[in-house]
Design a protein around this ligand. Structure first.
Ligand code: NAG
Ligand code: NAG
Ligand code: NAG
Ligand code: NAG
Length: 800
């Protein structure tokens, strides 16, 4: 029966392991270049086997691993870091790591370890066994051989002096001791340890042990104690010898004590060599009065003025007492003779001015409820260099400036994240002249703040306010080197005319559409400009800014990712570096010059063409033509019907007149009068211009006969005649042009501007005057036929 149960239990275990392996196989380990294996599944119940041999870092924290076997790690010779924290491991045999000679860091914290079998791991630097279930300290003889050990985490419920014997010769850096259920502490046990830092975590619900505090302070330079609680107002303080204390840096975390115990601990610490005392998460209960009075009387007698303490840093303070005289409490702090005091996150509404010249150099009262009444007319803070008042309730900037007026050494003031406002009509700012760094970020300041600035400020932070412009009429800030105006409402880049030495300017997250390039002229010393995250309007004006980037040699911080077009919509999201506009589309002068050049060229070309093709001449002739036609129409409207008097008009060169008179006219004008010809000698009307006569003649003739020859071509008048005849031809669309080629005309003889003639000769068939006598008959017949085509009845025509 029992065997059966055991068998099925083993089966269940095997099943669980197989199940988790399947799961793990589905979840790929994230393997980085360092061969880091990290498992996100939390179902792992045993160590996965299929690791790369090169794995150096193996994170198996927060799983359900309960057992370790030698085979788990034997194939990982390179393993350096193994994190097995937050598992369920109960027993540990260091032998399982005997093949991991390079193992340096082994984290076994937060397990259920109660038993351990030791073995030397000579390379180990970091061994964490804290938060386990050990009864006695898990320190074995072999640890003494681990000479590289720097960090040792331990846990136990009882501590005896002999437990540390094996490691007293080791030079440790940090010993971390968790005492979750401390039942026994043998006095002076800790002091045998040789470590720089000692951190003891007390159980959360138990009173802490004073002997441990004393021994801790006798052990290490830096001592950290967590969970300091004592549920009583009365406490038997054991005697101590303060001069033996080693600790210089003391830190308490999570403190819950009555005010009287707290003050007494403080008085003990005050006597010791401790220089830095930090208390984080402090809650205290009453009564307050009596103990505070004791403290104040000590202050008054200057009993504690010989303390080594330099800095007291209580942070995150809550009280369980609701009615007590706050002033008395403030006085214990304000009259303290130390250099640095931090009281942050304590709901503190006020702090008193020290009653005598104070040693304070550094005060940090951030995250409180301080108001403008702070340090009013206070002239004892003459050594103060740095004052941090971040996240308080300050409202009036002129009052804050007056507060500083007597702090003769003040260099750095942080009044960020308050409710500060400055009204430009106030005109009463009294900053101390030494102030070099001023943080005014996250307030309610407007443009007027530039009228209330310390004259020697070097670093000014006004980010996250409501500034729209940097006014033009502000006092010069010669020393200003860094100016942060990010997260405001600026619409343009402020120039540097009032702070010429500016080196760093931050104007991110404003409303700057197009940063003007004037900026770069006035800001000669600028080393870095942070201008990203503005709603840039990608247009021509932005080109100067982009060009500045090219010349700046990396002075534009955040380029190119943070510089993105917001407008116009089609460019939204484009990085400025990818935004390009041509020189032409942006440069108006260039555009004008180019337009001018183009116009000049067009005019020149047109004029050239006009001259070349004699366009003016044609135009002139057109003008005359239309003028004549109009005149003719006006003077003889009745003639319009019977205007055709002749069969043909003959145009010829004077030099060809012999041929015309001897051959052409006799052959055409036979005695029967069947063909009437308009000849300019014969029919020209004297007193009219030649052009008018030609036009008349052409108008009154059915056909125009042109006697073409090289002579004709050289006579300009002939050309006019041809032009008009051709014009008539087109205007009346009749077939009235007859060309006779008397002599062949070589193409080169025809002047270029007579392209009309050229075109006619190329297009029309012309009658060629044959040289042979025998062909003449046919020529005349042909010509007559050409004249007679489409002729109306000739007798009707000749009516005058
Ligand atoms: C091990 O893992 C835990 C939790 O995952 C982490 O807090 C701890 O810092 C790790 N230990 C080391 C030595 O990195
Ligand atoms: C006081 O605090 C300032 C600022 O953190 C620091 O620079 C200075 O060293 C501290 N002084 C001492 C004595 O610790
Ligand atoms: C700030 O304080 C000054 C001086 O006390 C006072 O004249 C001024 O009116 C106050 N300004 C505001 C905005 O309350
Ligand atoms: C000013 O204070 C804010 C926090 O309130 C901080 O982020 C910023 O870095 C500080 N500015 C300077 C110049 O130190």
């Amino acid at each position: 029966m029992l065997e059966e149960t055991m068998g099925s239990l083993t089966n269940i275990f095997l099943f669980a392991c197989i199940f988790t392996f399947t799961l793990w196989n589905n979840i790929q380990p994230t393997v980085g270049n360092e061969f880091t294996a990290h498992y996100s599944s939390s179902f792992l119940a045993c160590v996965p086997k299929s690791q790369s041999r090169h794995t150096t870092v193996l994170d198996l924290s927060q799983k359900n691993i309960s057992e370790l076997h030698i085979s788990d790690f034997s194939s990982l010779p390179e393993l350096q870091v193994l994190n097995l924290s937050h598992n369920l491991i109960r027993e540990l045999d260091f032998n399982v790591f005997k093949f991991n000679e390079k193992l340096e860091c082994l984290d076994l914290s937060h397990n259920n370890l109660w038993n351990m079998c030791c073995q030397t791991l000579a390379g180990l630097r970091h061994l964490d066994l804290s938060f386990n279930k050990f009864k006695t300290l898990p320190i074995c003889q072999e640890f003494g051989n681990m000479l590289n050990l720097e960090y040792l985490g331990l846990s136990a419920t009882m501590i005896r002096k002999s437990d540390f014997r094996g490691i007293t010769h080791l030079q440790l850096h940090t010993v971390f001791l968790t005492l979750e259920d401390l039942s026994h502490y043998e006095s002076k046990s800790l002091t045998v340890l040789n470590t720089k830092n000692l951190h003891i975590v007390f159980p959360i619900n138990k009173n802490f042990s004073f002997p441990l505090l004393y021994d801790g302070m006798n052990t290490s330079e830096k001592l950290e104690l967590s969970n300091i609680r004592y549920n009583s107002t009365d406490f038997p303080f054991p005697p101590f010898d303060p001069l033996k204390f080693k600790t210089l840096n003391l830190r308490f975390n999570n403190v819950d004590l009555s005010w009287s115990i707290l003050v007494r601990i403080f008085m003990i610490v005050w006597y010791t060599p401790v220089e830095y005392f930090t208390v984080k998460n402090l809650t205290f209960g009453g009564p307050i009065q009596s103990m505070t009075n004791t403290l104040l009387s000590y202050w008054a007698q200057s009993v504690y003025s010989g303390s080594s303490m330099k800095a007291l840093i209580p942070e995150h303070i809550r009280t369980k007492v609701f009615s007590f005289s706050q002033d008395i409490l403030y006085k214990t702090f304000s009259d303290m003779n130390i250099e640095n005091l931090t009281i942050s996150d304590a709901y503190m509404p006020h702090m008193l001015c020290p009653s005598h010249t104070s040693l304070f150099q550094y005060l940090d009262f951030s995250y409180n409820a301080l108001t403008d009444e702070l340090f009013k007319n206070c002239d004892t803070l003459t050594h103060l260099k740095m004052l941090i008042l971040q996240r308080n309730q300050l409202e009036n900037l002129s009052k804050v400036s007056s507060m500083t007026s007597k702090m003769k050494s003040l260099k750095h003031l942080d009044i960020s994240r308050n409710l500060l406002y400055y009204d430009e009509n106030e005109n009463c700012c009294h900053w101390v002249g030494t102030l070099a760094k001023l943080n005014l970020s996250s307030n309610k300041l407007t443009d007027s703040v530039f009228g209330c600035l310390p004259i020697n400020v070097q670093i000014l932070d006004v980010q996250n306010n409501q500034i729209r412009t940097v006014p033009k009429d502000i006092t010069e800030l010669k020393a200003l080197k860094e100016l942060n105006i990010a997260f405001n409402r600026l619409t343009e880049l402020p120039g540097c005319s009032h702070y010429r030495g500016l080196e760093l300017l931050n104007i991110e997250e404003n409303s700057i559409l197009t940063p003007s390039s004037d900026f770069f002229h006035s800001c000669q010393n600028i080393r870095e400009l942070r201008g990203g995250h503005n709603p840039f309007q990608c247009s021509c004006e932005l080109r100067d800014f982009i060009n500045f980037e090219k010349k700046s040699g990396g002075r534009l911080a955040g380029w190119p990712e943070s510089y993105v077009c917001e407008y116009p919509d089609d460019l939204k999201g484009t990085q400025l570096k990818d935004f390009q506009l041509s020189e032409l589309s942006c440069n108006t002068t260039l555009l004008l010059v180019i337009a001018l050049v183009v116009t000049v060229v067009v005019v020149a070309v047109t004029s050239f063409l006009c001259i070349y093709f004699d366009v003016m001449w044609y135009l002139k002739m057109m003008w005359q033509w239309t003028q004549t036609k109009r005149r003719v129409r006006k003077s003889h409207p009745e003639d319009l019907q019977s205007i055709l008097q002749f069969h043909a008009f003959i145009s010829y060169s004077e030099r060809d007149s012999l041929w015309v008179k001897n051959h052409l006219i006799p052959n055409l004008e036979k005695e029967d009068g069947s063909v009437e010809i308009c000849l300019h000698e014969r029919n020209f009307i004297p007193g009219k211009s030649i052009v008018e006569n030609i036009i008349n003649c052409i108008e009154k003739s059915h056909k125009s006969i042109f006697v073409l020859s090289p002579n004709f071509v050289q006579s300009e008048w002939c050309h006019y005649e041809l032009y008009f005849a051709h014009h008539k031809l087109f205007s009346e669309s009749s077939n009235s042009l007859i060309l006779i080629l008397l002599e062949p005309i070589p193409q080169y003889l025809i002047p270029a501007r007579y392209h009309k003639l050229k075109a006619l000769m190329a297009k029309r068939t012309y009658l060629e005057w044959p040289k042979e006598n025998s062909k003449h008959g046919l020529f005349w017949a042909n010509l007559k036929a050409a004249i007679n085509t489409n002729l109306p009845v000739s007798t009707e025509m000749i009516v005058v």
